[in-house]
Write a protein that binds this ligand. Structure first.
Ligand code: MN
Length: 341
């Protein structure tokens, strides 16, 4: 079978590899049908993802059809359409015992530390398969994974109705966080970004107020917009140099600051900002078994994942797809790979 492998940074190849065979109990063979291209896949391709190891078959937004099951599998049957959880964990370490496998001490993420789903077949544990709603096409279903990331971050933020929320960054991540944050009906959601068009889209998507961070001071404006107190929750979905400091400055006393970035670039912050306001600074990484929650939201009609995908390429044309991502064409939203012959 064929697979998309990043041999080393900047070197994408279509390789031949052995088709996996189901091994042991609980194992399921899935024939891939659709896979999303995520910023982190692009980062692995460019060598800017510090977590990745090479060579690596990438891809973690992965949807397919169950082809074969091992004896004893009860969660799925051949023909079922599924999305696959990208997190694999040891189940034994402190994080796992605390119910947080997404930060397992021996964490292996598909497409990052172990081979992912840009290939024709993948074998996984039945517990990593989640049934897709019948009405949701495969190409839209890959959006369940990015949505789990937003659900994770709102869960880490412990959002409540009385919260006033600042989301820094109105790109793919920030707009997804906005969509989920709204389900908690917080008192106010403020979005900041450098791009007026994205801010306009945020208002259309239900943000209450917006701040253009090129033209205005974000902490100052956020304070004004919250009656002088500051947002009680700030989510950094921009993850750029300076955004952590902005979040710490903006957030009001006893608030929460959620980080989602993977940058290792130093960012100068100081203890006073955290201590004086007794802020909770919490990381939000990947997702902690949030797939079913998102699928339930889709089934209940609370979120609509259709319309997010702007372009599709056959997986053997992955180079073209990644070059197109690099072109930063303004029409790009979500790009998917397809697997049909
Ligand atoms: Mn992703």
């Amino acid at each position: 079978m064929k697979a998309v492998q990043i041999k080393k940074p900047g070197d994408l190849q279509i390789i031949d590899m052995d088709k996996p065979v189901i091994s042991g109990e609980n194992n399921v063979l899935v024939k891939m049908t659709s896979a999303g291209i995520c910023g982190s896949d692009v980062g692995i391709y460019h060598g800017t993802n510090a977590a990745a190891t090479y060579p690596r078959v990438i891809g973690h937004e992965i949807v397919g059809v169950v082809e074969e099951i091992a004896k004893g599998v009860t969660n799925v049957k051949p023909g079922d359409r599924v999305i696959i959880d990208q997190v694999t964990a040891c189940g034994k370490c402190y994080a796992c015992r605390k119910g947080r496998p997404n930060v397992c001490g021996n964490l292996k993420v598909r497409g990052v530390h172990i081979d992912g789903g840009y290939r024709e077949y993948l074998n996984v544990n039945e517990m990593d398969c989640y049934h897709l709603p019948d009405f949701l096409p495969d190409r839209d279903a890959i959006m369940i994974e990015p949505t789990t990331i937003a659900v994770q971050c709102c869960s880490r933020a412990a959002l409540e109705q009385e919260d006033e929320v600042l989301i820094i960054g109105a790109g793919a991540l920030g707009s997804s966080v906005l969509r989920i944050a709204k389900l908690y009906h917080p008192k106010k959601i403020i979005m900041s970004d450098i791009d007026d068009q994205k801010l306009k889209e945020s208002l259309d998507a239900g943000a209450d107020e917006v701040i253009n961070s090129l033209k205005e001071n974000v902490p100052e404006r956020a304070h004004e917009m919250t009656g002088g107190y500051g947002p009680t929750v700030t989510i950094d979905a921009a993850c750029v140099k300076g955004s952590l400091l902005t979040a710490l400055e903006a957030t009001g006393n006893a608030g929460r600051v959620i980080t989602m970035g993977f940058s290792v670039a130093p960012d100068e912050v100081n203890q006073f900002l955290i201590t004086s306001k007794e802020l909770d600074v919490r990381g939000s990484r990947l997702q902690n078994r949030k797939f079913q929650q998102v699928i339930d939201l889709v089934n209940e009609g609370k979120i609509d994942l259709k319309g997010s995908v702007s372009h599709s390429f056959h997986f053997t044309d992955a180079q073209k797809a990644f070059d197109f991502v690099d072109s930063k064409d303004p029409s790009i939203r979500k790009i998917t790979l397809t697997f049909e012959k």
